[in-house]
Design a binder for this molecule. Structure first.
Ligand code: ARG
Ligand code: ZN
Length: 471
């Protein structure tokens, strides 16, 4: 569910004035039903997500044919209208839509770019809970971002891998593709016998279907942002374990990516999750693990913190899963997956914390201290290209987001002291568990952990572009 719309840039008084005018002028909210919006107002990705409803659950029932690359099936989207709706949008890139029903009745639909516009037979009332079922098929593709990187649906030699950050889930299922609308999921994918399907959450069933196929049903009980949904299809070696704390660990490794360093890292997942839980608080989800794929050069080579179990790309020639990358991605389960950015502009809240987790781990392992990691980040010119609080769409995953983001945390630690800082590290994901939060939510939250004025720190390290004279 969406907690509140990401309109952080607009001062409150102006926002309510704007809303009041809109109420009288467009009659969108109170009275007659109108069209939903094609975006939620994300400052960097204006078409991401949609306005007018809030998704509670996705039920995907899909079939994949690795030989042709064809994906087909149905997406059942359970949502609540947040205003009276005559029509609404879903995000979907490519694919062919064969039919749409709303509340069991056939609905009209049209396509425009990545918007699927649905016009139900009956308008929807504000507060009404409704099911939309989309029957669709096609060969899903990849989406190229403003920074040139790609996500979406990657075909592999024997299957496929779906990665969604920032706007890739729309490549393989219709939805409200924005981090502010989190939902539970049931993801069922059938594949030819012998292949394995790994996804988020827990495996609820793996059952034979007609035509020599097996359907894998994954259940995701805790709210998940669309960009964290994944499906990995292929020949995987599956390992099941539990952490000392009793958390189920489900790990799937493509045998071709099982280099010695990766195998060693995989075996440390329970240890790392336990260590992180000791610092960040209880693990936010009901299972963990990892997916180590084998993509050759088909994907940009980045790992992704897909909910429950992050994905590692397994490119030719490099270890598929370096241990610091594993530490980074698993830390996102708290910072990103449980407390999720309000909008894409808040991305440093993900990457800054995950980078700081790496610094903590390196110190824990007897490597550089956090102070040394901070000094190295401070020294690197690439980290000073822009302020972490205001990346453009093309800078979403650029060095300042990661390293200046971590420097903000390091400066907070130096200012408030270790005891307050480590309380903050736990309290932040606890306060927004399974929710969303913005940069301003964070800066306001920090004020509860120290009597010192943090404004100069944030002005310089978070919002300022210029490099300070010294760390
Ligand atoms: N969130 C990933 C990380 O842990 C990076 C994802 C990059 N995605 C992309 N489309 N470039 O750092
Ligand atoms: Zn990251």
């Amino acid at each position: 569910p969406r907690v509140r719309p990401p309109q952080r840039a607009l001062p409150r008084a102006l926002a309510s004035l704007f809303l009041a005018c809109c109420l009288t002028a467009c009659a969108g909210d109170g009275g007659s039903p109108g069209a939903g919006a094609p975006g939620v107002g994300d400052p960097l990705f204006p078409n991401a997500g949609n306005g007018g409803y809030d998704v509670g659950h996705y039920g995907l029932d899909l079939a994949y044919d690795p030989a042709s690359g064809r994906l087909s099936g149905t997406a059942a989207v359970t949502a609540t209208a947040t205003r009276p709706l005559r029509s609404f949008d879903l995000d979907l890139s490519g694919m062919r839509v064969d039919a749409v029903t709303v509340a069991g009745q056939g609905a009209q639909f049209s396509r425009a770019g990545t918007e699927l516009v649905v016009r139900p037979a009956e308008p929807l009332e504000r507060g009404e809970r409704f099911d939309t079922v989309i029957t669709y098929q096609g060969v899903p593709g990849v989406i190229t971002d403003p920074d040139g990187s790609q996500e979406g649906w990657f075909r592999t030699d024997d299957g496929a891998l779906a990665l969604g950050e920032p706007v890739g889930s729309m490549a393989w299922f219709p939805g409200d593709d924005h981090p502010s609308d989190k939902a539970s999921y049931d993801i069922t994918v059938s594949v030819p016998h012998g292949l394995t399907v790994v996804s988020n959450g827990e495996l609820a069933a793996a059952a034979a279907r007609a035509g020599g196929r097996t359907a894998f049903h994954w259940h995701v009980a805790q709210p998940m942002a669309t960009y964290l949904a994944t499906v990995a299809i292929g020949h995987y070696t599956v390992t099941k374990a539990t952490t000392g704390g009793g958390l189920p660990v489900y790990t799937a490794v493509d045998p071709r990516s099982n280099d010695p360093q990766t195998a060693a890292a995989v075996s440390r997942i329970p240890e790392i999750v336990t260590w992180e839980s000791g610092i960040f608080g209880p693990f936010p989800f009901s299972s963990t693990g990892a997916i180590v794929a084998h993509l050759g050069d088909r994907q940009g080579g980045y790992a992704l913190e897909t909910q429950n179990r992050p994905v590692f790309p397994g490119n030719e020639g490099t270890p598929a899963m370096p241990v610091t990358t594993l530490v980074h991605e698993l830390s996102h389960e708290w910072y990103g997956d449980s407390v999720t950015p309000h909008s894409w502009q808040d991305i440093w809240l993900n990457e800054g914390f995950a980078t700081y987790a790496e610094w903590l781990w390196k110190a824990h392992e007897g490597g550089p201290t956090e102070q040394q990691s901070a000094a190295a980040a401070f020294a690197a010119t690439a980290n000073w290209a822009f302020a972490p609080a205001s990346p453009t769409a093309a800078q979403l995953f650029a060095p300042p987001v990661y390293n200046r983001g971590a420097l903000v945390l390091h400066e907070l630690r130096r200012t408030m002291g270790d005891a307050a800082f480590f309380r903050l590290l736990r309290a932040w994901p606890a306060a927004h568990r399974h929710g969303n939060a913005s940069t301003e939510d964070f800066t306001a939250f920090c004020a509860h952990f120290t009597a010192k004025d943090l404004n100069p720190l944030f002005t310089t390290w978070l919002y300022g572009r210029a490099k300070p004279a010294h760390i």
